[in-house]
Design a protein around this ligand. Structure first.
Ligand code: TYC
Length: 140
């Protein structure tokens, strides 16, 4: 039995490197056979070399952190945590007190663009309200 990856086959822009991804198998499946032993190539009983390519990769994640200072009012920080991180009053108060006592604390963990957007929104909001609050992001 011969299987062809028709999704790739129908792609008009297919190139021959991608064509390597077509899966040839003798039919006992195992999700198209010839398990990859870690080297990116699988081999089945027909001795056809199979190239496997995982299609998705987990995105890098980034922590959004608040830094303590001596000036920003506690209520302002709690408001930020409620507004930009959807925390309830208790969660926001706990995070704010953690930052107040320890100097730094995590507001949330996001993919790069979401983390970057949060940092910009918070820094803009703090500046607009003349607060020295600092928000940064750090790779997980
Ligand atoms: N330390 C501030 C105060 O005593 C409160 C504060 C908490 C400021 C967290 C910033 O990220 C911060 N008013």
């Amino acid at each position: 039995m011969l299987y062809i990856d028709w999704m790739n086959y129908r792609d008009e822009k297919i190139d021959f490197e991608n064509a390597m991804h077509w899966v040839l198998s003798d039919g006992d499946d195992e999700r198209f056979d010839g398990g990859d032993n870690g080297d990116g190539f699988g081999e089945d009983e027909t001795n056809i070399l199979l190239k496997t390519r995982p299609k998705t990769k987990k995105p890098d994640l980034y922590k959004v952190l608040l830094l303590n200072d001596d000036y920003t009012p506690m209520e302002f920080v709690i408001h930020i945590l409620e507004r930009f991180f959807s925390k309830n009053k208790q969660e926001a108060t706990d995070i704010m007190m953690h930052v107040h006592r320890r100097g730094v604390g995590i507001c949330g963990i996001f993919t790069f663009e979401i983390a970057e957007t949060k940092v910009v929104q918070i820094m803009d909001f703090a500046r607009a309200n003349e607060q020295p609050l600092q928000c940064i992001m750090e790779k997980e």
